[in-house]
Design a protein. Structure first.
Length: 94
């Protein structure tokens, strides 16, 4: 069965925070094999792996706030395709 929640997770308020150095939010993310392989590939190239994060403020059914998170490989724009004009036998403006 496919897990529709891969590469996503949530951060919840840390209600067990005991000092100022403890995190304000805690949570987990479950990674897909594809994203892990992308990160591994970046390591193999000698690059530091990087992911993009997106977050949405949400509330649980009990009304407690949390942040829903989506993780993905960073967006890299592709080079635009170069389109050459068709070659004509004769210039129409001559």
């Amino acid at each position: 069965m496919e897990n529709k929640f891969l590469d996503s997770g949530a951060l919840f308020l840390n209600d067990r925070k005991q000092n100022e150095k403890a995190p304000d939010w805690k949570g987990d993310v479950e990674f897909s094999t594809d994203l892990v392989m992308h990160l591994y590939g970046e390591c193999q190239k000698g690059n530091s792996p990087k992911v993009s994060l997106a977050g949405w403020n949400r509330k649980t059914k009990a009304g407690k706030p949390f942040v829903s998170i989506k993780v993905s490989a960073p967006f890299t724009p592709k080079e635009p395709a170069i389109v050459s004009a068709p070659k004509t036998a004769k210039n129409p403006w001559e």
